[in-house]
Design a protein around this ligand. Structure first.
Ligand code: LRH
Ligand code: MN
Ligand code: MN
Length: 424
């Protein structure tokens, strides 16, 4: 299904007077209003193909109705999100969960609903059907060269799919690690990983990047071969310019200062981008901003300041992507909430009085520095985000519009009430 713009406009019309009142109120206090609105309008976050169905835990999966049964239907769903929020103009594929069997047709279909392809993700954390060697003891770090070769070849195949789709980054996350002390030689595992990544790196087209994701634990519970940003950074540095570190917000031990990591990676030109989600305990993959929105704001504060200092373009010089999966919510509603949370944090960071903050820092005025950050964080910027969306042709309130138009009800009529999304 495709959402017609006039239907969105009709609903916007009903909300316009209320919006205008809220917008005028917040706009009055913002000195860089035009700049904020332009940047918000240009900002997009990629939607992962694996987030469009109801996820599960190892204890069960309770799928909803109208879920996408094919890559084509997933593209349709992202098209719906994009029509509503005008901030989700790309999709990220996990291969082989979503194999584009006819890449040029898939690319054309995506373009019809205003989408392009973001990073492609390889998968060597599961055995695939008909594969010769098992990944039970890892993939790129494996002690057996033949297993490593198989995993390298998979990554090269993913690059080929991506190139046909017009993507320009390969995202690599490895489950490789160990469950028990003594199982693994750490240096051997790291060196094997480096060597395998070098072979993948050699296969990257000129304008491509490889994003190296890290994660402290799960599925391995004693060591993970790329377990933290230092290990990822070390690999990315040894690999070269095209390799960078990807920060998945859920891949940190509780209370890690992620904003500081982000700041330093950015300084070194090694920040690939993000997998956005939120978490309370581990890699919970909860809705962005649902647990710790202040942390999200602090991350964006580092991003805005650091990117401006390096002359980087906010919208394009970093990879912005959601990585989430839910077992309770309607997946589309959840993604709408996630993108909204990201844009709110971004808008708050854009209104930080940077000059004043620098002055407070230079004079060690701790109280004032905190006041400046919290002044921005406690500003209700939702009307700014809505205004930028209205200007871009989207819905003033994407979630309410999704419900008012009964999109899920229509998808259930089209696809059925008992569906299980492909992938995952
Ligand atoms: C691993 C991870 C990684 C995978 C995705 C499905 O926890 O974050 O990015 O590719 O989940
Ligand atoms: Mn991730
Ligand atoms: Mn994860």
């Amino acid at each position: 299904m495709q959402l017609e713009k006039y239907k969105i406009d009709e609903i916007n019309q009903q909300q316009l007077a209320d919006h205008k009142r809220k917008f005028d109120y917040v706009a009055e206090g913002i000195s860089n209003l035009d700049d904020v609105l332009t940047k918000l309008e240009a900002f997009n976050v990629a939607i992962p193909s694996w987030a469009l169905g109801t996820g599960g835990t190892r204890f069960g999966r309770f799928s909803g109705g109208g879920e996408p049964g094919s890559l084509e239907e997933k593209i349709e769903d992202v098209g719906v999100i994009q029509a509503l929020n005008k901030s989700s103009n790309s999709i990220s594929l996990h291969i082989p969960w979503d194999i584009p069997s006819n890449p040029s047709a898939i690319k054309a279909l995506a373009a019809q609903v205003g989408l392009r392809f973001d990073a492609v993700n390889s998968n060597t954390f599961q055995n695939q059907k008909d594969q010769k060697y098992s990944y039970k003891f890892g993939s790129l770090h494996h002690v057996d060269k033949a297993v490593r070769k198989q995993a390298v070849e998979h990554n090269i195949e993913v690059i080929k799919y991506g190139a046909e789709l017009g993507s320009n980054a390969l995202s690599v996350w490895l489950a490789d690690g160990s469950n028990f002390p003594g199982q693994l030689n750490f240096r051997g595992a790291f060196q094997n990983t480096l060597e395998s990544l070098q072979e993948i790196y050699e296969a990257l087209p000129d304008d491509w990047k490889v994003w190296v994701e890290y994660k402290p634990y799960e599925p391995n519970f004693y060591s993970t071969t790329i377990g933290d940003w230092g290990q990822s950074y070390l690999l990315a540095s040894k690999l070269g310019q095209k390799a960078q570190t990807l920060v998945d917000l859920g891949h940190h031990l509780p209370n890690t200062n992620i904003e500081q990591i982000v700041s330093l990676l950015l300084m070194e030109g090694k920040l690939a981008g993000f997998h956005f989600n939120d978490s309370k305990y581990g890699d919970d993959d909860l809705t962005v901003g649902s647990i710790n929105p202040y942390q999200l704001f602090l991350i964006f504060n580092e991003l805005v300041e650091g990117m401006d200092a390096r002359g980087m373009k906010h919208a394009t010089d970093i990879g912005w992507m959601i990585d989430a999966s839910h077992n309770l919510k309607d997946p589309i509603e959840d993604l709408i909430q996630s993108v909204e949370a990201i844009k709110i944090a971004y808008a708050q960071a854009l209104i930080v009085d940077t000059a004043k903050l620098k002055a407070a820092q230079a004079s060690n005025d701790t109280v004032q520095a905190q006041e400046i950050l919290q002044q921005a964080y406690r500003t209700d910027v939702r009307a700014l985000v809505a205004e930028s969306r209205l200007r871009a042709g989207g819905a003033l309130n994407p979630l309410a519009t999704f419900r008012a138009l009964d999109v899920r009800g229509n998808l259930i009529k089209e696809r059925g009430a008992t569906t299980v999304a492909t992938g995952l």
